[in-house]
Design a binder for this molecule. Sequence first.
Ligand code: NDP
Ligand code: GDR
Length: 326
Amino acid sequence: MKRALITGVTGQDGLYLSELLLDKGYEVYGLVRGQNNPKVEIARQIPGLKLLFGDLTDLSSLLRAVQTAQPDEVYNLGAISFVAYSWENAHLTSDVTGKGVLNMLEAVRLSCGDDPGRIRFYQASSSEMFGKVQEVPQRESTLLWPRSPYGVAKVFGHYMTINYRESYGMHASSGILFNHESPRRGPEFVTRKVTRAVARISLGLQKDLELGNLDARRDWGFAGDYVDAMWRMLQQEQADDYVVATGETHSIRELLDVAFAAVGIEDWDQYVKLNPAFLRPAEVDLLIGDASKAKEQLGWEPRVGFEQLVQMMVENDLAEQRALAG
Ligand code: NDP
Ligand code: GDR
């Protein structure tokens, strides 16, 4: 039986990945942090998932977690992941999303003994590293020009992962994943903010929806599809870096079109208010990924399209809001 350790197991991707690995017969350990962290309860509801306490900023806690889990594979998904928040907390974001990767790499390296490739390592890199548009579509070789403290921290983690592979011969891979969403997406991210508000507006529970830049474009896929790409990367003989994306891009306006149409509202202008508080100091205007390498080498394909994804999220939020409203 293979064993895996997942950091960030209480997040959107951690939950999907732990289910995927448990289905494949893995023994799965998830790292959780914090005192009375309410999200730990969500992870506890996944049958078979074993929880260990630790924090990416605390190397000794990571070493202990690796010692206990004795993993064949480590998936480093833990991060401060909300881009807007990273300007407010740039130091903390650098410590967790950047230096946290170094801590996890060190914990794995020190635990590998004489065989540096014994524990395979996955780093959750991000399309946010591309930042200011240099090339369209973005691929593995595209110049990185991050536009947020989060993006800068992810670039550090990305290159540290490559550096550990090249310096120590570790089996360390980095997935450059474009935005991926699901009914489990945090409500601070734009897709879930929109689908939840649309559900509430259609049920008469909310009047309007305040947003920032409606012109930004993102390549949005389904999180369930993307965790499968992570697993496939660690099954390769050689570690490498891969872009994971749908190859389609849509604006926030198009997201609003599809989400409001799902509840029969064609003219959403009357509900959407622009609030400058949601504009960012620097924006990533256009993301669209070229996942040819992942498709060819990993045999990976996205299964859920943009409209289906948004409709799935609206339906989930309608059910959730109805239940909450009693
Ligand atoms: P979430 O924000 O849903 O989850 C982040 C996870 O990181 C949570 O489990 C959180 O735990 C954990 N975490 C935060 N701080 C620490 C810390 N100091 N030590 C240990 N764990 C910590 O993110 P997603 O699931 O969406 O994303 C997973 C990873 O993939 C992240 O690294 C993200 O940056 C990256 N990524 C995400 C993309 C996306 O579109 N979703 C695209 C590209 C990359 P807690 O419950 O304690 O807060
Ligand atoms: P992003 O996702 O920054 O791409 O990072 P987010 O959903 O937060 O923003 C996407 C785009 O929507 C615009 N936007 C708004 N965003 C939010 N959150 N709230 C608003 O009110 C709003 N109005 C407009 C933003 O300006 C932006 O252009 C996500 C995270 O999951 C990262 O961790 C991950 O690395 C990247 O995706 C790939």
